[in-house]
Design a binder for this molecule. Structure first.
Ligand code: F6P
Length: 373
C-alpha cells in the first residue's frame, strides 16, 4: 500500500519553506508514489486534524513564494493552549496520525519544532524534522533554509545604512534577528562592511565600541555602522542572564523552575530596549549622533533567494527518500551539497551558536572590524 505522509510548518516562517514542501511533495507523490496531506497552522492544525490534500496542482507554482502555504504557529505539543489552559495534546496527535493512517509526519521548523518532534517521537509517533530558520542556530546541520535569504536582506540593509550614516556623520546601529545566535548579524556585518559587529557569543564593552569609532574619527571618518544581533548584550547584562539561567538549571522542584523562568523572563524584558540604550551610550561617549534601525520581520518576508530554494528542494526531496526507506525520529540535515540524517535526540535542545574560533569571527577581526571585546 502507498505510504501516507502528513506535513506541517511550525515556528517563525522563513523563506524556502514552500520550496521544501514542494521538494518533499514532488518527490513523495511524483517519484515515490506516496500520498501527502498538509496540516494547516502548525502543530495546532495537527492536533485539531485540519488538513488539505497536497497533490501536483497544489504543489505547483509555490517554489518562489515567501512564507508558507500551510500557515504556522508556535504551539508546544506538551502544553498547547486550549480554552485558555495549557494541555498535553500528544495523545490527541497520536489519534490524528492513526485516524489518517499516516506513516510519518514531516515537521518543518526550527529549534522549538525539533523539541516538539522529539516529544512526539518519544511517544511513538513517526516524525521527521526538516531544519528551517533564518537564525541558522540548529545543531548538526551545515545550514538551515531561510538563512541565506535573510542574509541577503540584512546585508543590503547594512550596505544602505553606510551612505546615510556617512552623509549625516552619524553612528547607525542596525539590529539584526537571530534570537540567541549571531550568525545572521556576523554574516551580514562582514558582507555589508559594518565597522563594529556585536554578537550574543561575545559580550561587549562600551569602551571597546567607542575605541573603534574614535579610531575611525582619528582618520577623519566621522560615521560608523554597527551591526548588532538582537541577542547581543554587554558584559554585565550577560553575567546577569547567565546567573538567572543557571538558577533555572539548578532548580530542584518544578515550582522553583517556574519561578526561576519567570525571573529570567523579567530580566530579558528589562533588556528589550537594549539597542536604543546602546545608541544613547554611544552618542554620549563619542559626540556623534546615534540612530537605531531595527530590521525586524523584513528579514523573514518575501521571495526566497536561489540558495534557499535549492536547499529546501534538496532537504525536502531527501526526506521523501528517507521516509520511503522507513526512517523516522530523525532530522534531515544539510551536509555539504546533499543531506544526511541525524537522530532527533542529538538535535533537540541543542542551540548552535557561533563558535568563538569560527573562521567568520577571525575574518571579521582580520579586516579590522570591532567585535566589542
Ligand atoms: O527564529 C526566527 C526569529 O525570526 C528570530 O530571529 C526572532 O527572534 C524570532 O523569530 C521572532 O519571533 P516571532 O515571530 O514570534 O516574533
Amino acid at each position: 500500500m502507498a505510504k501516507r505522509i502528513g506535513v506541517l510548518t511550525a515556528g517563525g516562517d522563513a523563506p524556502g519553506l514552500n520550496a521544501a514542501i514542494r521538494g518533499l511533495g514532488k518527490a513523495a507523490v511524483g517519484h515515490h508514489g506516496m500520498e501527502l496531506i498538509g496540516f494547516v497552522g502548525g502543530v495546532r492544525g495537527l492536533a485539531e486534524d485540519r488538513w488539505i490534500p497536497l497533490d501536483h496542482s497544489s504543489l505547483s507554482g509555490i517554489l518562489t513564494a515567501g512564507g508558507t502555504i500551510l500557515g504556522t504557529g508556535r504551539d508546544k505539543v506538551h502544553k498547547m493552549i486550549v480554552d485558555g489552559e495549557p494541555r498535553d495534546v500528544i495523545p490527541t496527535i497520536a489519534e490524528v496520525v492513526e485516524r489518517n493512517k499516516l506513516d510519518c509526519v514531516v515537521m518543518l521548523g526550527g529549534g522549538g519544532t525539533a523539541k516538539n518532534a522529539l516529544r512526539l517521537h518519544n511517544a511513538g509517533i513517526p516524525v521527521v524534522h526538516l531544519p528551517k530558520t533564518i537564525d541558522k542556530d540548529i545543531a548538526h546541520t551545515d545550514n538551515t533554509f531561510g538563512f541565506s535569504t535573510a542574509l541577503e536582506i540584512a546585508t543590503d540593509a547594512v550596505d544602505r545604512l553606510h551612505s546615510t550614516a556617512h552623509s549625516h556623520h552619524r553612528v547607525i546601529i542596525a539590529e539584526i534577528m537571530g534570537h540567541k545566535a549571531g550568525w545572521l548579524a556576523l554574516g551580514a556585518g562582514i558582507s555589508g562592511g559594518a565597522d563594529v559587529i556585536l554578537l550574543p557569543e561575545i559580550p561587549y564593552r562600551l569602551d571597546s565600541i567607542v575605541e573603534t569609532i574614535e579610531r575611525r574619527k582619528g582618520r577623519g571618518t566621522n560615521f560608523s555602522v554597527i551591526a548588532i544581533a538582537e541577542g547581543a548584550r554587554d558584559v554585565d547584562a550577560t553575567l546577569e542572564l547567565k546567573a538567572a539561567e543557571s538558577l533555572i538549571k539548578s532548580a530542584s522542584s518544578s515550582q522553583a523552575k517556574t519561578l526561576a523562568k519567570e525571573n529570567y523572563a523579567r530580566i530579558e524584558d528589562r533588556h528589550r530596549e537594549n539597542t536604543f540604550h546602546l545608541a544613547r551610550e554611544v552618542e554620549a561617549a563619542t559626540g556623534l549622533e546615534s540612530r537605531v534601525t531595527i530590521l525586524g520581520y523584513v528579514q523573514r518576508g518575501g521571495t526566497p533567494c536561489a540558495a534557499d530554494r535549492l536547499l529546501g528542494s534538496v532537504i525536502g526531496s531527501a526526506a521523501a527518500e528517507l521516509i520511503k526507506a522507513g526512517q523516522t525520529g530523525i532530522m534531515v540535515a544539510s551536509k555539504g551539497d546533499g543531506a544526511a540524517r541525524v537522530p532527533l535526540a542529538d538535535v533537540a535542545g541543542n542551540l548552535a551558536q557561533v563558535p568563538i574560533h569560527h573562521p567568520w569571527i577571525r575574518t571579521a577581526r582580520d579586516v579590522g572590524t570591532g567585535l566589542g571585546d
